[in-house]
Design a protein around this ligand. Structure first.
Ligand code: SF4
Ligand code: ZN
Length: 395
């Protein structure tokens, strides 16, 4: 028996180091992910909850372990387009549970279970599965069948991770080629207001949400299935500033949804009226005055960036839902967008990025610039970066 309360009042709750019974995923664990797949009706056994590997109660207090959450859903009206948005609700609903903290998305999840909740009987992942099925089916009647599988066995998680990465890539690829100019509507999301109360995400064809989990197609599918949900449509309206990609309707809706805190978004700038950031970003763009350019750091980068701060410190500066000139949380996919920081100069303004990330977005960096963007292999601090930029004829 467990006596754990569940509800939106628990969203935003943190579970700190030393307070958790068990921690799943997070920066120190490579094997972690969550995946929702839409299946045929006869492929899903409704209400089935499976645990493969050690359960909460099997682990010593304070353990940090891998986890894969695999959710299969089916319903006559469900489309695969909805998978990403349904997947994002894992974050929302797990945070509804008293004493559980969920952060991140896709293969970057981080979950902590508070000792108090464990002591109140939350000692099995099965309880979480039960709560998830109840919440999903109550809030989204389009889901007729649902099963949840928790996998903690590291080898099995590794195997499933390969599958998940393929699915994430398919979703990301879908939006390639679609331009902001081709669409009539953008989408917004306020799911993260529980942690960052004035944060609003604006998702355009060329700007994936900063969590990387919701692109334009996902936003469109979400509003179709749940018009009252955290995602909503934003009619494109008028482009009031073509250099800074500021749209009147975007500004109006962002002002309403941020309770007047933010009244203008320049959609493709980190320097002038930048998009706000909650804390879910896959990467952070940060301005380096000495190089008059940007550094970009992704969540996976270990160690200090060129400004001598690690990702976590920069995350603290960029997050919170405030408009923070010079800091911008982004989805990695945005680095591959033709509109990537176009108002600030795009890649012409990028001075430093981790070598792995640079390789990942290689095709999107103009050829003549590629060698002129420094990585951790070229420079160790801002002075060296400035010298590197000078040598490259960029300063
Ligand atoms: Fe929604 Fe943005 Fe949060 Fe992603 S980061 S869940 S798009 S508010
Ligand atoms: Zn967020």
């Amino acid at each position: 028996m467990y006596v754990i309360d569940v509800g939106p009042q628990y969203e935003g709750e943190r579970v700190r180091k030393g307070e958790f019974q068990v921690e799943y995923g997070g920066p120190d664990v490579g094997q972690k992910a969550e995946l929702v797949l839409v299946k045929e009706m006869d492929e899903v056994e409704h209400d089935k909850i499976t645990i493969t590997g050690m359960d909460i109660k099997d682990l010593p207090e304070g353990s940090t372990v891998p986890l894969f959450i695999k959710v299969d859903v089916a319903g006559e009206l469900l489309e695969r387009d909805l998978e990403a948005v349904l997947e994002r609700r894992i974050h929302q609903y797990i945070n509804y549970i008293e004493g559980i903290f969920h952060m991140g998305q896709r293969n970057e999840i981080w979950i902590r279970i508070h000792k108090n909740s464990f002591n109140k009987g939350l000692d099995s992942l099965e309880h979480i599965g039960r709560i998830l099925i109840d919440l999903y089916t109550a809030e989204l009647p389009v889901i007729e069948k649902m099963s949840v599988e928790f996998i903690t066995d590291p080898a099995k998680v590794e195997e499933l991770l390969t599958v998940a990465l393929t699915v994430y890539k398919e979703r990301d690829d879908k939006v390639k080629g679609l331009r902001d100019e081709d669409v009539e509507e953008f989408y917004g999301c306020v799911l993260c207001q529980s942690f960052a109360p004035t944060h609003v995400c604006v998702i355009t064809a060329e700007r994936v949400a900063l969590c990387g989990a919701i692109n334009w197609f996902d936003g469109r599918a979400a509003v179709k299935v749940d018009p009252e949900g955290a995602q909503f449509a934003i009619p494109k309206g008028n482009l009031i500033d073509p250099e800074y990609y500021s749209y009147d309707t975007v500004n109006q809706i962002v002002a309403e949804r941020s309770m007047g805190e933010v009244t203008r978004f320049n959609l493709h700038s980190a320097l002038s009226y930048p998009h706000t950031s909650c804390g879910c970003f896959e990467a952070i763009v940060f301005y380096i005055p000495e190089a008059d350019g940007f550094g970009i750091v992704n969540r996976d980068f270990v160690g200090s960036t060129v400004i001598d701060e690690p990702f976590s410190t920069l995350a603290g500066m960029a997050s919170g839902g405030k408009q923070n000139e010079g800091y911008l949380g982004v989805g990695v996919q945005y680095l591959m967008s033709p509109k990537f920081l176009i108002s600030d100069g795009g890649y012409n303004r990028v001075a430093w990025m981790p070598s792995v990330l640079k390789e990942m977005v290689k095709e999107n960096i103009p050829e003549d610039l590629f060698d002129k963007i420094a990585t951790e292999k070229d420079v160790q601090n801002v002075d060296e970066l400035a010298a590197f930029m000078q040598n490259a004829g960029r300063l």
